[in-house]
Design a protein around this ligand. Structure first.
Ligand code: ZN
Length: 174
């Protein structure tokens, strides 16, 4: 399904593990770019629903495109959300942008290949999809939802700890 939010669950988990080395904004942008092609097929009724974009070779091209187009877009998004402040705005380094886009497109192909029978992840080398039905669709949704909740708990827990520690350090210095 285009723009399905279930992909964001694992994204939040990646963010909680990789912290500043991962951009959830770039990851999210990559999810949107990934599903532009299926959306066009759905609207026009023509073509292969999960075509070349949902292959690992397609994912490399999408990741490069999403990284190049997503860096400044994500920095703008962070400004609009108020995460990035006017003084000293957040600049996402290029390696973080590329890492996040690659994790985004590859995890997207993996999740969609479990769910959708028309995905051919290893095209043109292999036409069959061994990942199809690896786990049931309701189970897949649960895994994505819980990984998001678990990731959010780790993320906020970690940041709370960092804040507390820096407060304690400040006190010690006083
Ligand atoms: Zn998709």
């Amino acid at each position: 399904m285009p723009f399905t939010p279930i992909h964001m669950g694992p994204g939040i988990l990646f963010k909680s593990i990789l912290q500043g080395s991962f951009s959830l904004m770039v990851f999210g942008w990559t999810q949107i770019v990934m599903d532009v092609q299926p959306l066009i097929v759905m609207i026009s009724g023509e073509g292969h629903l999960h075509g070349f974009t949902h292959t690992y070779i397609g994912a490399v091209i999408i990741a490069i495109f999403a990284a190049l187009s997503g860096k400044y877009l994500s920095e703008l998004g962070l400004k609009l959300l108020g995460v990035s402040k006017k003084i000293n705005p957040i600049s996402i380094t290029w390696w973080v942008v590329f890492l996040s886009a690659f994790i985004g497109s590859f995890s997207h192909v993996l999740l969609d290949s479990i769910m959708h029978s028309d995905v051919e992840p290893f095209f043109p080398f292999m036409m069959d999809n061994q990942f199809l039905g690896l786990i049931s669709v309701p189970m897949l949704h649960k895994v994505c939802l819980y990984s998001g909740l678990f990731g959010a708990a780790i993320y906020f827990g970690f940041n709370l700890k960092v804040k507390r520690e820096s407060k304690a350090d400040n006190k010690r210095e006083l």
